[in-house]
Structure formats: C-alpha cells, structure tokens
Design a protein around this ligand. Structure first.
Ligand code: HEM
Length: 508
C-alpha cells in the first residue's frame, strides 16, 4: 500500500513538474538562462495534443488562438509539431530571413499515398536537385515573362468565349454559375498552355463537372484535416478516405495527361521535318528537354502537369468568384469599378491585358479580394530543415510551419476596417501581392513563392474586367446583396461553399 502511494506521489510530482516547466517555458521567448524556448501555445491534451482545436476551418481556429498566444504559436497536432505564424513581422522572418531553412515541405497523408512528394515541384524540399530542375523548367518553359507574353492572345480568346457564353445566358435571362464558368475558363487557359487542348466546355455540363469535381476532390483530400497527418502509423486505415479519393482522382487526371503525352510522342516520331518550335506548348518543351545530368521521364512530366493543374485552375477561378461575390455584396464598389472600365475602354469592345495597367481601381479590387479571400489561407505547409529562431522563439527541425495569411489579412492592427471590402485602401499605395509586402502574401514569398503568380494575376484581372465591361450584374430573385452567403469550405484552398449565381444584363 505504502509502495503504491509512494509511486503515485512520485508520478504526481513528475506531472506537476512537467506542467510547471511547460507553462514557464511557453510563456516567453527565452528561459531564465537566456536560452531560446518554444513558442507559446494552448495547453495540450494527452496523445492528441491540440487536434481538438483545429475544427473545420483551421485558418479561423488558428487566427482565434493566435490572438491569445501571439504571432508565433506552437501547436502539437498528434505527433506533428506545428508552428503557426500570424503577423507580417513573423511572416517576413519565415518567408525571407529564414526562407532557406523553412523551405522544406510537410507532405500530407494524401500526397504520400501516391508518392507525389518524390516527384512534385510543390512537395519536394527546395534543397533537392529535382525541385531545382522542376522549378527551373516551369519558370523557363511555361511561366517566364516571355512565355506568358507569347500566350496573351490565347487568354483573350478564352475570355471572349466566356463573354459570349454569358451573353447567351443573358439573352435567355438566365443566371450564370460563376464558379463553374470561371473554372472552365481557367481550365482551358491552363490546358492550352500545357498541351494545346480545351479540356472544358461551357455546354457539356457532365464532362466539365467531372474535371472540376476531380480537381476539387484532390484539393480536399490534400488539405482536409486527416488523422494520418497527425499519426502517420494510422495511414493504412485511411479513416477519412483521403487516400482512396486521392488515388482515384489523380489516376483519372494522370490518364487524361498520358493520352495527350502519348499523342504528342506519336506525332513527333511521325514528323520528318523538325516542327516549328515557336508554337510549342509546355509538354512539347518538356519532351524536347535534354538535361545535362538530370533525366526527365514521362512520369516526371505527368506529375508536373498534375501540379500545374491542381495549383493553377481552382485558385484563379475561385478568386474571380470571391471578387464577384464581394462586388455583388457591395454594389457601390461594383459601380465604381465599372465606371473606371467604361471610361478607359469606351467602345473598344474587347478588354486586352494591356488595358489592365490603365485600371488602378480594378487592380485594387483584385488585391482586396486576395486580402480577404486568399485561396491558400495557410499557404502550402512548410517544414523546418533545421532548428531556427523566429522572433526569439526556437522552431525545431521537422516542425510544420503554417503562415496564416488569412489571419494577417484580417488583423485590425494591420488593416483599418479589416472586415470591410474597401479597394480604396490600396489606391496610391505601393503595396502589392508579389511577395515583398508581408501583410499581403497570398502567393507566399521567397524561393517557394508561387511561380504562377504573373499568369494568375493576369488571368483573374482580365476575366474580371471583361465581366464588368460587358455586363451589369444582379443577384437572382430572392437573394439580396446584404445577405449573400459567403460561407467557405477549407481544402488546401478556400472555396465558396455554395457556388455564386448571378444574372448578367448586356451593356453593349
Ligand atoms: C490566384 C491564383 C493562385 C494563388 C493564390 C496561388 C498561391 C500559391 C501559394 C500560396 C503557393 C505556396 C507558396 C509558398 O509556399 O510560399 C503556391 C505554390 C505554387 N503554385 Fe500557385 N497560386 C495561384 C495560381 C497558380 C498558377 C496559375 C500556377 C501554374 C500554372 C501555380 C503553380 C504553383 C506551383 C507549381 C507552386 C509550388 C511552388 C513550389 O513549391 O516551389 N499557381 N501557389
């Protein structure tokens, strides 16, 4: 009996000592000996740590917790050490000062289930030679200013098709599903720059919904909270079904890509004369690529296409949808944006990319949309490659680092009236989304900054300007602007839960 109570006392003592140490260590940047300590964070439950605090909208839960624990906050998600960043100063430390150490990635269970982390520009660590090769190829062969300039007519044409589809809906006095049509447009822009094919059609409802749903399912499987992200040994159980979804959906997309790649290989081998390379698309360039030491095989090309599809379609189209939703909720802002476009465009008929530089208010609308609705609210999870100090706190090697750009975009210490949609705040200011202003980094920053940024900004601005130039917009009967629902669903990207429907009225 004495022995048992002695052991119990010892255990109780150890427990209280650990609580005391955790409490004192997590309160401040340095302990009493001046050594760096872990960032503060909420108390942890045995085994699960803080998983119970994540919820359906992690960016919102983390934003609320950061108000208590500060801009560099520790969470223990099962076995996964996580640090959440929630201020421009801390974001600058992560994305600039310690960019090299913090440019690893923490692949999620769904990514690991298809071994995509070994073949993906998005998920390989930036220290790997393959990442450097994929990044260089993507930038030089697809996303350099010259390549983007070379495909500007393609974007204008795809947006023209969008406008003419909406015109027909307007003739029939039908509302338009903005989510669907903006996805089709960005899908066709991306599929044409990748392999010169339209994958989407405004009229073939069934087939396009297939691709949009497939891309959405992939994003959901990658980003949804998943027990196996927190306890890797549970992976084989696939409790949330993310592994299954990921396998089925990526297999579907890879099969489509393989068809196009095979057709191109067959075309190349049947050609006697070398093809005119000025019309080359991304896949042509990758098939022609001869590396010094590094080989690029067909599977690498497929995985690169998967990256471009998942990263490039849904992000741009959902930005357009949020922009339109905000403008429909704020009719005066919509009128102001349209007045600017009408003044600059007059009777020109078609908006071109060169017109966008003349539209500062429209550019401000796009920035304001990125501030309130960053498509990747926690960026893409990064990982510390070694121990590193952030604002006086130690971030241990292998910690997952999430930059909560959603929280930074709505922080009242950074923005006046943070929850209001007020594009005016950007007028006459230098602040931009290009990774130099840490209060607004929807594309990340540093060596892992989104390589698709210039293409995305051009595509979103052109689509938005064209929709506002060609049509007036109203909400369907029974929906009023003040109560327009703005519910969001978190995958790795943030969607409007219920697709936006709006009624176009032709202006010209
Ligand atoms: C509105 C549109 C878009 C947004 C908001 C966006 C946002 C992001 C973000 C936040 C990251 C992670 C950055 C970081 O870790 O610091 C990223 C990475 C990436 N994005 Fe985008 N993106 C968009 C469009 C595109 C487009 C159009 C493409 C290509 C066609 C693209 C391709 C990629 C790729 C390949 C990566 C991974 C880069 C790497 O890890 O090295 N994105 N994007």
């Amino acid at each position: 009996m004495d022995i048992i109570s002695g052991e119990a006392l010892l255990l109780l003592f150890c427990f209280m000592l650990s609580c005391f140490l955790i409490f004192t260590i997590t309160r401040s940047g340095r302990n009493s000996h001046g050594a760096f300590v872990l960032p503060p964070g909420p108390p942890r439950l045995p085994i699960i740590g803080n998983i119970h605090l994540v919820g359906k909208h992690p960016h919102r839960s983390f934003a609320a917790l950061s108000k208590t624990y500060g801009p560099v906050m520790s969470l223990k998600l099962g076995s996964l050490n996580t640090v959440v960043i929630a201020s421009p100063e801390a974001a600058r430390e992560v994305l600039r000062t310690h960019d090299q150490i913090l440019s690893g990635r923490s692949p999620t269970h769904a990514i690991r289930s298809i071994s995509h982390q070994d073949a993906s520009l998005i998920w390989l660590p930036s220290s790997s030679a393959r990442w450097r090769l994929f990044r260089r190829l993507s930038v030089t062969q697809l996303l350099s200013p010259q390549r983007i300039e070379a495909t500007k007519a393609l974007r204008v044409n795809k947006v023209k098709e969008l406008v003419s589809f909406i015109s027909e809906s307007s003739d029939r006095e039908e509302s338009v599903d903005i989510s669907r049509v903006s996805f089709i447009t960005t899908l066709n822009i991306i599929s044409n720059v990748l392999f010169s094919v339209d994958l989407g059609s405004y009229n073939a409802k069934a087939s396009i919904n297939g691709v949009q749903d497939t891309v959405n399912s992939v994003m959901g499987a990658v980003g949804n909270p998943d027990a196996a992200n927190y306890f890797p040994f549970l992976g084989f159980l696939d409790l949330q079904g993310n592994r299954k979804t990921m396998k089925v959906c990526t297999e579907r997309l890879l099969r489509v890509f393989r068809g196009f790649i095979d057709a191109k290989i067959a075309e190349k081998s049947s050609q006697n004369n070398p093809k005119d390379v000025s019309n080359n698309d991304f896949v042509d360039n990758l098939l022609d690529f001869k590396g010094d030491e590094t080989e690029l095989n067909i599977s690498d090309i497929e995985h690169l296409l998967l990256d471009m599809f998942t990263a490039g379609t849904d992000t741009s189209s959902s930005t357009l949808e949020w922009a339109m939703a905000e403008l429909l909720r704020n009719p005066k802002t919509m009128v102001k944006a349209q007045a600017e476009i009408d003044r600059v465009m007059g009777q020109k008929g078609i908006v071109k990319e060169s017109d966008i530089s003349e539209l500062p208010y429209l550019q401000a609308v796009v920035k304001e949309t990125f501030r309130l609705h960053p498509p990747a609210p926690l960026l893409i999870p990064r990982k510390a490659e070694s121990d590193v100090e952030i604002l006086g706190f130690i971030v241990l090697k292998n910690t997952q680092v999430l930059v909560n750009v959603w929280a930074i975009g709505r922080d009242p210490r950074v923005w006046e009236n943070p929850s209001q949609f007020e594009p005016e705040r950007f007028l006459g200011k230098e602040i931009d989304v290009r990774g130099r202003d840490y209060e607004l980094t929807p594309f990340g920053a540093g060596r892992r900054i989104c390589p698709g940024l210039p293409l995305a900004v051009k595509t979103v601005s052109l689509m938005l300007a064209s929709l506002l130039y060609s049509f007036d917009w109203k909400l369907p009967n029974g929906v009023d602007s003040e109560n327009l629902d703005m519910d969001e669903t978190f995958g790795i990207t943030l969607h409007k839960t219920n697709p936006l429907h709006a009624v176009p009225v032709k202006k010209h």
